[in-house]
Structure formats: structure tokens, C-alpha cells
Design a protein around this ligand. Structure first.
Ligand SMILES: Cc1cc2nc3c(=O)[nH]c(=O)nc-3n(C[C@H](O)[C@H](O)[C@H](O)COP(=O)(O)OP(=O)(O)OC[C@H]3O[C@@H](n4cnc5c(N)ncnc54)[C@H](O)[C@@H]3O)c2cc1C
Length: 621
């Protein structure tokens, strides 16, 4: 056992049930690679442990895992956010409780350079929107060493946290808790690897798929890499939903539009440009959810001389409903009944319950904003002269770039059709997220879906013209839909607890393409600007915001990877061997309910996925 601080040993003794004593294992060989598999492209680099190893993690998850074309990994996850971390914890807890279980080789892949949770929204003063008791382990197993309480204990803050008398830790502290959990798996994680594609590999003997090749690009070097696994979990979270109207303005030398997911990580470098006298001293936030409200408040503090405007599409900012009866919809035992409902009933239920989640703001924050607006009115009865304003029923319908920095927004007032022009030095759009990355990543396995096989058979049966029958997959993909065709507001599923009432005109259909060169699919004004913007190479000046991959709206037919209750993609019967498969996490809200994109049930869900992959009983502890 290596590097176990005495206090942690004590903590595990006191927290563990007898059957779960801290595993003793040799974990001091930090010379090994996370895994040793290599295909034609590259040898995965060593991921050095970033914290001292502790006895919390089962040895097999700290040992070097090996995979090769003949001995694939047992499990590989794409993305190492909270969803995959909960799986790692559930697996570790299971292996700890069942010392005789074979130790599977696993690998967690993450594109960020280290563990980070919504870094762009780590604002001071923000808090969690669920109880810390719903951490990544406790609801599944209150004796797990990965509980938030054990984290506090290990950090020496348990007593003080108790004195705080809260169930809602600061967002920063919760990120630190998850980072602490992640640090225990650092040898099984490869950071800085962005997965681009998963391909199915057929077993020549059975003709069935028995493993998957997962391909990535090393974010730092651009070098390609790959690994082979029997079971792959896609847990990539959301990508910023960028309304097509704004997309042309998010890149280039003078980008003055940023998505909320970039806010905290970009705002400091943007500040000098925003404060320059030629730039309008007016900062605009678009959105009606928690993120929009938080950014509006933060801008007001950060730029005390600037005017701040929050544009809300709805007729009012609205509070989130976290009352106890309603909160039951996030209980783990609600997933199965939701999954068993018909699609129409599920949609109806989602619509009824969305006030818990979408386009709503926590009451305390609303009260703070309201009282600050009121204080301005005491000093100045004319609202137009206020420094900070919340403007309801407003929709942005046009954008134009200003000489000297900044943009001009054409804003329409709902109902009355009244138009006004706003000039802004910065526009932050808190317009939520789309959860469709799996569709692109899994494109190479599409042909295994029943619908695709049927279509293929139909084409063959119809004696289709040779040119069609031979059409390469890439061409087919272009006309193939990538997300369900539902109204944009639904597809652009905003972040869990901070969803947005998007105040920009969006197309009725959906979104799905990720690109850094957005299609010039906008109004006349913006189309012109798009050309200019996309042709310019963004210089690395102080004002350059980190490039965000934008999701532009395109109209296309739907593409769905259907999943079972166990989150396993349902490829055509017989297409994939038993003991192999792909699981989807965090993009199943339509089938599994509103908790799917949240932290609420991750502890349980991690256990369920482990049980589904490694057999019944393996995920229960
Ligand atoms: C500001 C904010 C606050 C929130 N607060 C709460 C809250 O208080 N309570 C709550 O229940 N929910 C909250 N949520 C909802 C949020 O979705 C969940 O908290 C949680 O992040 C979901 O975890 P995940 O692992 O599914 O997705 P993510 O956290 O998005 O993690 C996905 C990971 O996959 C990585 N990734 C993506 N694509 C690739 C790729 N191609 N290759 C490799 N890696 C990739 C990403 O870098 C990321 O680390 C909040 C969301 C936001 C935006």
C-alpha cells in the first residue's frame, strides 16, 4: 500500500463495513502506461498520476491495463466526466467488495488536459443544485470511500462543512470533490485524447462484432491513437448549442460572442478589449436560465462601469421547482417507469416536469437580481438609465459587426413587434447544450442498427442502381440525420440545472453538425459577416477566446441509436456478440427521463452500467 496518509486509513476503517475493508495492493509502480495497446497509429503515452495514490481505488484500476487486437480492453469510456467517473467508482467498489472477481483492463479517455467540470461556469458564489448526499457513490452505497463526506474528512473540512449547515456545497468545492475522486483513477485515465470515431470489428469466425476500435487525436500534439475494447461507454456530455444567427460571430480576430460554457475561462482575456474606449461599454447576456442569470450578475460585479443587459425570451424569469414532491422525479426508481411509458406520454411528462430544469433560475438568485434592480429604481426612476437591466420578451433577430469592436443586435419585443437596436461590446449566449456527439462518434457502427440493415436489404432487394448501392458510408452520412427531428428548443437540451429560454430565433428543426467554420445560414447581414469572419485566421491576440466548436442548426432527418433500459445500444439482433457492446450516458433524456443529463442518479446509474457490462451483482455495491 503506498502513500496512504494516516487520516485516510482511519477514515476508511471507520466508514467501511467489514466486507469492504480497504484493498491492499501494490500500486507503487508508477512507471507503467495506462494501457499498452497500440494499433497502426500510435503508442499511448503514459499518463502520470497527478496525486499520491491511495488505497481507495481497487488495484486493478490503478494497474497498467493492456489491450491488443487479440486481447481487447474490457471497458473503455469516451469522456471522463461525472458519468464515467461514477462508473469507475462503482467498478472499484465492486472489485473491492469481491476480491475474487477478475480484474478487468479498463481505460477512461478524456479530451481535457486534466479533470475539470464545467470550467467555464466555475464562478465564485455559485452553488450546487443538488444535495451533496447525491454524490457519485452514496445513494448506491453509503459505505463507499468515494462519498462526499469521506472527501471532506480526507481534506480535514468535515466539521467546518457541518457548521455551514448546507446540503448545497459551492460548485467549486464539488468540482474539487470530483477531481479528488478522479485522482484515484489517474493511471487508468488518458487525458488530452479527443475521440473522433468508433469502428466495429468483426470476429472472422462468427461474423459478428466482438470488439470496437476507438480512435482519438492527441489534443496537444495532433497525433492519432487508438485502442480496442469489447465494451465502450460514450459519456461525452453536452456540446454548446450555438444558434445559427450567432455562429458566424463566435470565431475570428474580434469574436464578441461567447457561449456560457466558455465564460469563466475567457472573460479575463477578453477584458482589455471590452474595456477599450472604442468598444461599447455595454455587455449583453442572452438566455433565461441559471447560467444566464449567473453570468449577468457576474458581469455586473466584474465590470462595475459597464451597462449590463439580460435578454430573456420568456415573459419573465422563472424559478426552478425543487420542492420535495416534484424532486421525486429525480429518484433512481423513476427511471424504469419512465422508460416503460410510450413516447408520447414520456414527452408529455417531460413537458410537465421541465420547470425543474429548463429555462429556470434558483429562487435565491432571482430574489437577489430583483432586489438589485429595485435598488436602482430607488435612485433613478427611469429604467432606461439603469446600469443593469433585465428585458423580458426579447428576441434577437439580427446581428451586425461594428467597426472598432463590438456588435449591433436587432432585438424584437415579443407580442408587440417593437424593434430596437442594441450595441454591445460582448454578447454571452447561455443557450444550452446539444447532446448528440455520440451520433458522430458512432457513425462507423451505424450499419449495425436494425433500421440500417433493413434499409440496406431493401436497397439490395429493389435492385437499386449500382451507384446508390455502392455509395460509400461517408456520402450516405451526409444526408443522414444526426438527431431526432424535434423542435430546436427540445433538441438543444440545455444544461441540466441551468437550462435556458433561448432568446434568439432558432430554426424549427434540429441541429447536429459540429464545425468551427459555421455555415453562413443566417440573415443577410450576418451572411456577409460570416464570409469575412471565417476567411480570417484568428490571431492569438489577447482578445481571442478559446475556440468553441459550434453546433449549427441544419435541417435533416433523424438518426437515433436506440438504447435499452440498461443504456446499451440496441444494434440489430445477432449483429454484436454477447459480452460486447456500446453504452450511452447522458443523452437519453427522452427515454430515461429528466435525470439523465444530471448528477442526480449517477451513483446508481454507474452501478447499473457496471452490472450490465460485467454481470448482475457487479454493480450493486
Ligand atoms: C454550469 C452547470 C452547472 C450544473 N450543475 C448541476 C448541478 O448542480 N446538479 C446537477 O445534477 N447537474 C448539474 N449540471 C448538469 C451536468 O450535465 C451534470 O452536472 C454533469 O456534468 C453530467 O456529467 P456527464 O459526465 O454526463 O457530462 P460532462 O460533465 O459534460 O462530461 C463529459 C466529458 O466528456 C468529455 N468529452 C466530450 N467529448 C469528448 C470526446 N470526443 N473525446 C473525449 N472526451 C470527450 C468532456 O470533456 C467532459 O469531460 C450542471 C451543468 C452545468 C453546465
Amino acid at each position: 500500500m503506498a502513500d496512504i496518509p494516516p487520516s485516510r486509513s482511519r477514515s476508511t476503517e471507520s466508514l467501511f463495513s467489514p466486507g469492504q475493508s480497504t484493498p491492499t495492493s501494490s500500486v507503487d509502480d508508477n512507471s507503467s502506461d495506462v494501457h499498452s495497446h497500440q494499433t497502426t497509429t500510435t503508442t499511448p503515452a503514459t499518463t502520470p498520476p497527478n496525486t499520491p495514490l491511495t488505497a481507495l481505488t481497487h488495484a486493478s484500476l490503478l494497474s497498467p491495463s493492456t489491450s491488443s487486437p487479440t486481447t481487447p480492453l474490457s471497458l473503455l469510456t469516451i469522456g471522463f466526466g461525472p458519468a464515467s467517473l461514477a462508473i469507475a467508482i462503482a467498478l472499484s467498489d465492486h472489485l473491492t467488495a469481491s476480491p475474487s472477481s477478475p480484474s478487468p483492463p479498463v481505460l477512461f479517455l478524456e479530451k481535457q488536459p486534466q479533470f475539470a467540470w464545467h470550467a467555464g461556469m466555475q464562478l465564485s458564489g455559485t452553488h450546487m443544485q443538488i444535495s451533496f448526499l447525491k454524490d457519485l457513490a452514496t445513494p448506491r452505497d453509503p459505505t463507499s470511500p468515494f462519498s462526499f463526506l469521506n472527501y471532506l474528512f480526507s481534506k480535514g473540512r468535515l466539521q467546518k462543512f457541518i457548521n455551514l449547515g448546507t446540503f448545497l456545497p459551492a460548485r467549486r468545492e464539488y468540482e474539487d470533490y470530483m477531481r479528488w475522486c478522479a485522482s484515484h483513477f489517474s493511471r487508468a485515465v488518458r487525458y488530452g485524447a479527443e475521440i473522433t470515431r468508433v469502428d466495429a470489428v468483426h470476429n472472422p469466425d462468427t461474423g459478428k462484432v466482438d470488439r470496437f476500435n476507438v480512435h482519438w487525436i492527441d489534443v496537444a500534439t495532433g497525433a492519432p491513437g487508438s485502442a480496442c475494447a469489447r465494451n465502450v461507454v460514450v459519456a461525452t456530455g453536452g456540446s454548446p448549442a450555438v444558434p445559427s444567427l450567432f455562429a458566424p460571430f463566435t470565431t475570428g480576430p474580434d469574436a464578441r460572442f461567447i457561449h456560457s460554457s466558455q465564460y469563466a475561462t475567457s472573460i479575463s482575456s477578453l477584458a482589455p478589449a471590452l474595456l477599450s474606449p472604442s468598444s461599447p461599454q455595454h455587455l449583453v447576456v442572452v438566455g433565461g436560465g441559471q447560467s444566464a442569470a449567473e453570468i449577468y450578475v457576474d458581469l455586473g460585479i466584474r465590470f462595475p462601469e459597464a451597462k449590463i443587459t439580460l435578454l430573456v425570451k420568456d415573459t419573465s424569469l422563472r424559478p426552478s421547482d425543487d420542492s420535495p414532491f416534484v424532486n421525486e422525479i429525480f429518484d433512481p426508481d423513476r427511471v424504469t417507469p419512465t422508460y416503460e411509458l410510450g413516447a408520447a406520454e414520456r414527452a408529455e411528462k417531460r413537458e410537465r416536469d421541465k420547470g425543474t430544469n429548463y429555462g429556470v433560475v434558483r429562487l435565491e438568485l432571482l430574489e437577489r437580481i430583483y432586489s438589485e434592480l429595485y435598488a436602482q429604481e430607488v435612485d433613478e426612476p427611469c429604467e432606461e438609465r439603469w446600469r443593469c437591466r433585465v428585458r423580458n420578451s426579447r428576441t434577437v433577430v439580427g446581428v451586425e459587426r461594428l467597426q472598432g469592436g463590438g456588435v449591433r443586435l436587432d432585438v424584437v419585443r415579443r407580442g408587440e413587434g417593437e424593434r430596437e437596436v442594441l450595441e454591445a461590446g460582448l454578447v454571452v449566449f447561455a443557450t444550452g447544450y446539444v447532446r448528440d456527439a455520440h451520433v458522430r462518434i458512432l457513425e462507423g457502427t451505424r450499419g449495425l442498427l436494425e433500421a440500417e440493415k433493413a434499409a440496406e436489404a431493401a436497397v439490395v432487394g429493389e435492385v437499386a442502381p449500382a451507384v446508390e448501392a455502392e455509395a460509400p458510408a461517408a456520402e450516405v452520412a451526409e444526408v443522414v440525420p444526426v438527431v431526432e427531428a424535434v423542435p430546436a428548443a427540445e433538441v438543444a437540451a440545455p444544461e441540466a440545472a441551468a437550462p435556458e429560454a433561448v432568446a434568439v430565433e432558432t430554426a424549427a428543426e434540429t441541429t447536429a453538425e459540429t464545425t468551427t467554420a459555421p455555415a453562413p445560414e443566417t440573415t443577410e447581414t450576418t451572411t456577409t459577416t460570416t464570409t469575412t469572419t471565417t476567411e480570417t485566421n484568428a490571431p492569438a491576440d489577447a482578445t481571442a477566446v478559446e475556440q468553441v466548436k459550434v453546433t449549427v442548426e441544419v435541417t435533416s432527418t433523424p438518426a437515433v441509436f436506440p438504447v435499452g433500459r440498461d443504456y446499451k445500444v440496441q444494434y440489430a439482433p445477432g449483429a454484436v456478440e454477447e459480452g460486447a457492446g456500446v453504452w450511452l450516458q447522458g443523452c437519453n433524456e427522452k427515454t430515461h427521463g429528466l435525470s439523465d443529463t444530471l448528477l442526480s442518479i449517477l451513483a446508481h446509474r454507474g452501478g447499473e452500467v457496471v452490472g450490465s457490462i460485467f454481470g448482475p451483482g457487479s454493480g450493486s455495491k
